[in-house]
Design a protein around this ligand. Structure first.
Ligand SMILES: CC(C)(COP(=O)(O)OP(=O)(O)OC[C@H]1O[C@@H](n2cnc3c(N)ncnc32)[C@H](O)[C@@H]1OP(=O)(O)O)[C@@H](O)C(=O)NCCC(=O)NCCS
Length: 184
């Protein structure tokens, strides 16, 4: 992080049930097996489903570069109860005051309110790191995801037509997305 005006986020954050940690190379096998290679989990995400450890390691290199350059980057989400890897979230900075967030959870972690708890935690971390606009994009057909954003206080600003590719859904075809934002 070269710009000394930027405030570094904590690399480890706790919420009532969850632990958020900066990813490390030693997490690769767990990330791959818990969620990144699962076709159902990755249907509505922007990254291509991982088929090998190399792809997961590439993600970890990118994560390190993000953490070096910006106040934060991806976080892995673990259960505080037993340290099980549940999923991933994070802050993807575009400028010192604008960042994007998102979340992906292993199938056995759905339906417990974890994504909502993660989103609230990321919103607080973003505010502490000086973010003024935190936003998220989600496929218009993915009601579970935008429900989480609405529970987290995000406002739907509009629809971006043919904006983003979902490589595991319809490769090569940009889809419509909703843009949600939280002003901090
Ligand atoms: C989408 C996802 C993050 C939700 O995680 P979660 O921990 O189950 O979310 P929460 O429990 O915090 O909240 C989900 C909310 O959406 C609702 N929901 C879930 N599926 C839904 C659907 N198909 N239609 C409408 N609402 C739905 C739930 O009922 C819940 O709302 P409620 O608390 O009012 O009942 C999770 O399913 C996931 O990781 N999916 C795969 C990756 C992904 O698609 N990520 C998002 C990319 S934009």
């Amino acid at each position: 992080m070269n710009d000394k005006r930027l405030v570094k986020a904590a690399e480890r954050i706790e919420s009532p049930r969850l632990l958020f940690v900066r990813p490390a190379l030693s997490d690769a096998a767990e990330i791959l097996s818990r969620y990144a290679s699962d076709p159902e989990v990755t249907r509505f995400v922007a990254f291509r489903r991982h088929e090998s450890l190399k792809e997961t390691r590439d993600f970890l290199s990118w994560s390190d570069a993000e953490w070096e350059r910006w106040p934060a980057g991806p976080y892995l989400v673990r259960s505080r109860a037993d340290n099980l890897l549940l999923g991933s979230t994070g802050l993807s900075f575009e400028t010192p005051s604008r960042a994007m967030t998102g979340y992906v959870f292993a199938r056995d972690a759905w339906g417990h309110g974890y994504a909502t708890e993660a989103l609230r935690t990321m919103s607080a971390a973003a505010a502490s790191a000086g973010v003024k606009r935190l936003y998220a994009l989600c496929h218009t057909g993915h009601a579970g995801s935008w429900r989480v954003l609405e529970k987290g206080g995000f406002t739907r600003e509009g629809i971006l037509r043919r904006y983003m590719e979902f490589p595991n859904l319809v490769p090569g075809e940009p889809a419509d997305v909703y843009c949600y934002a939280l002003i901090l």
